[in-house]
Design a protein around this ligand. Sequence first.
Ligand code: ADP
Ligand code: GN1
Ligand code: MG
Length: 363
Amino acid sequence: MNRKLDPAAVLRQFEIPGELTAVAPYGSGHINDTFCAAFSQAGQAVRVILQRINGNIFKRPDALMENIQRVTAHLAAQVAGQPDADRRVLTLIPTRDGRAWHVDADGAYWRLYRFIERASTFDAVTSTEQAYQAARAFGEFQRHLVTLPAPRLHDTIPGFHHTPGRFAALEQAIAADAANRAQSVAAEIRFALARKGITSVLLDAQLPERITHNDTKFNNVLLDDSTGEGLCVIDLDTVMPGLALYDFGDMVRTTTSPAAEDERDLAKVHLQFPMFEALVRGYLATAGGFLTSEEKRLLPFAGKLITFEIGLRFLTDYLAGDTYFKVHREGHNLDRARTQFKLVQSIEEQEEEMNRLVDSIER
Ligand code: ADP
Ligand code: GN1
Ligand code: MG
């Protein structure tokens, strides 16, 4: 991966005392380049997370970093005094000249975080307790940001969760058929096009704008290794104004199925009802106080919509020839699109029951 990147050279630009002992690629994200590095400081090992922001996707990395600085500072103030406060929020390590990021010779932006030890992320959920904890943490994240002072955060990717726009992008990719793949995915295209009607439901619902994370994948929350608690929300590049339901929807997408996002055996992909229930309970435990009744009513729908939306994006990228998401094998984006659509189908089959559950909790 990225043979020409030199993370060790970049690390020298940051304010870390001690000697670099190791650096290696880390995590399973689809967008940025993430490295974990270890330093020896007075005989103690200290780890950091170094990230190169994908400049093709994030057009204003300076604005993005400004958002992250404001958000992490605000969160730090909110959790101050809690036990383990410094493990509950990401902390940027400045460069030697006091900046929050480094720009390399190619113009790429890099940032460095303190490593949060004794906590882990997982690509797939294995227990309802994990689902509950993840949702609680993302709800708490939104709750803490209700009080973020003005000005409005920057939109790091305009239209990020604008599902009708994502749908239109798919239609354009089908028409262009740049990689000559449309014919081979006729069934997936049919599945997508048949659901145009749901794409604008959240936008038409007149919901309040909030500060949201927008990428609440299960592997974007660190769970404490000893207590299992949802400790720290990470991956803050897309924190910006949005709808609370975008976040809940992406939790449903990534935290209800036992299968990985790129599972090929679609029989394994389905919404596990107890996981959904745990998500609702965890999310409402922290976000229930500020959500409107309309937002709560739409929780199940949001799960379906955001799963559909990310499926549209994977299918679009497959048709375009894999230009957006990192791929690690032939047909990777198509495999991902298929899991999303399979999950949409599973949600459709259980949607009434999901609605009844939310009703019964709220009553
Ligand atoms: P990506 O955009 O590649 O998904 P993330 O910010 O989610 O990047 O980081 C990738 C992985 O690195 C995460 O899933 C998590 O396991 C780990 N990670 C990120 N930040 C930290 C941190 N500050 N402390 C410990 N682990 C972290
Ligand atoms: C990307 O960076 P990562 O892997 O957490 C993507 C999300 C998608 C997700 C699908 C900036 O997230 O929107 O939902 O992949 N991030 C961006 O797994 O496009
Ligand atoms: Mg991530």
